[in-house]
Each structure stands twice: as C-alpha cells, then as structure tokens.
Design a protein around this ligand. Sequence first.
Ligand code: PLP
Length: 313
Amino acid sequence: MELTYADVRAAREVVRRHLPPTPMWSYPLLDRTTGATVLVKHENTQPVGAFKVRGGLTLLAARPDRARGTVTYSTGNHALSLAYASQVFGAPCTVVMPAAANPAKAAAVEALGATVVLTGAGLAAAEQHAVRLAAETGARLVSPGDTLELLAGVGTLYQEILEARPDLDAIVVPVGSGTGAAAATVVAKELAPRCQIIAVQSASSPAAHDSWRDQSPVVRPNRTRVDGLATGRGFALPQHHMRDLADFVLVTDDQITVGRRVLARDAHTLAEGAGAAPLAAVLADPERFAGRTIAVVCTGGNASPAELASLSD
Ligand SMILES: *Cc1c(COP(=O)(O)O)cnc(C)c1O
C-alpha cells in the first residue's frame, strides 16, 4: 500500500465537487516579522475548520459499502471530518474520543449527526474501544493515520498550493499522525521537486518525529496541549512517505503559542495550536528561512476557549 500522485489527482475530482479551493495569502507584517516571504494557506476556512475534511470526503466517496457505517477514534478534527463527510453521504458514523476531549469539538461532532462515545484517558484507550465497537457492529474501522484515501484527500491541499506557486522554496507542515506531511512529499515530488517539505511536531509529543528519525514506528509520551498534534505512536503508511521529507523539526508548546499570537497580530488569523506550529518553526529558526519564499499551512482554526484566552500575553 502506497500513495501515488494519481490517487491525489483522483481525490481532487471528489474534493472539488464539495469544497472550493482555500485561499493562500501573504501579509506584509508577517513577512517583516519573519524576514521571509510567507504564504499562509488558510485551511482554517474549511467547513469543519480544518484540512482533514478533504480526507473524510475522499474516503466516504470511495466506499460503495458506506451504509454499513464507520467507527473511528480521534481527539477532534479527524472526527469532525468523518462526521461531516458521513452527513454529506448519508452514512452512519461513530467516533470514540478520550473522556477529556475538547468539549466544543465533541459537541460539534454530535451536531453533525455522528454518535460520540467519550471514554478512557487517551487516544490509545479510545482506539481499543473503537476496535471493539467495529467488531460488534460490523462498521468499518477507520485508522486516522494508515488509511490511503485520507492521505489522497489531504494531498489535494498540496496540489492547490503547488499549482498556484510551483516556485516555493519550502512548505512547512504540522504533523500528528503524518497524513498531511506524507501526502505533501508525494505531491511535491511530482509538481515541484525542488520545493522542500519540512515537517514540525510538538517536542511534548514526538512520536512521528522519532519514528521518522529511527526509520521505524515508535511509541512516545504524548503530553502536548496542542490536540491536533497529540499522537503517541508513529503510523506506518505516512512514515513510509515521510522518508522523503527534507527535514523534521520539533517546537515547544510555548513556541506554538507565540506562533498563534503572531498569526493573530500580523495575519488576523485565529489558528488552533496545530495550525500555528509551522509558523512557530519558522520563527524558531529565522536564519534558515531568511529571504526565502515559503508556505505555512494553517491547518485548522478550531481553537478552544482556553487557547483563545491565551492569545493576549
Ligand atoms: C490532524 C491535524 C494536524 C496533523 O495532521 P496529520 O495528518 O495527522 O499529521 C495538524 N493540524 C490540524 C489542525 C489537525 O487537525
């Protein structure tokens, strides 16, 4: 199982039936702050507030047996994506979330018509429960990381970026399970081979980073407060493609908070933490990016009230 550019091109036909391309803008103040030319790709404007909706729609569209329903596990945006797509296609959907999940995200998943089960201390317990539910009900278990259609769908985001700007020096991509970064490598290889794909994860949840470094999926502590980046293990399929990354960097949760503040101040953009991690990586290493033309993917805008409150220091 491997993602190809043809898979991404096919997904584009599905995605464009449901979603317009998202905007990508640069901001003079942000360029001045970073010393680079920075294009912000605004996935925070998607209907569920995050890029993952591209993957959910692609997955549901590809399933002739979707009436049997899906079961998945998530801290938030993957759940919203699958719930949204299931509503579009009239299919049942159950999401298992950790008991302490962001209540606003859980409420939003329910509002889309999905069934939410809140259980366990973390994502690993939620996964175990989802596996049991799928076995009992016959619904299809959807892995948030190792599902080819999800990678194909989120790849359309990188196709939009690189069709508009094949001259980019780099794209900085936030990583949880790695679907976005993996798809970005496949698309860049085809459309802009000299554009570097640079991944970024929280140092408090480095499972994907360490799996990339060690070239084999590992389990790591998962303590970040940034829920889009909160993954405790590497996923094999995205890791396979992430070997083609130009680099993979870690930032602290506090650096991500600074990234959110700068995005709000210089680009009038309210990002959730994961959506500001790419800018945090740029701010953390200004020499590397000085004078270059780069895209930072603002992957999501589903900030919790606590995140919004922390915008003013
Ligand atoms: C899921 C998510 C990520 C990480 O994406 P992966 O494909 O899991 O690596 C980044 N940002 C946001 C907003 C997300 O929801």
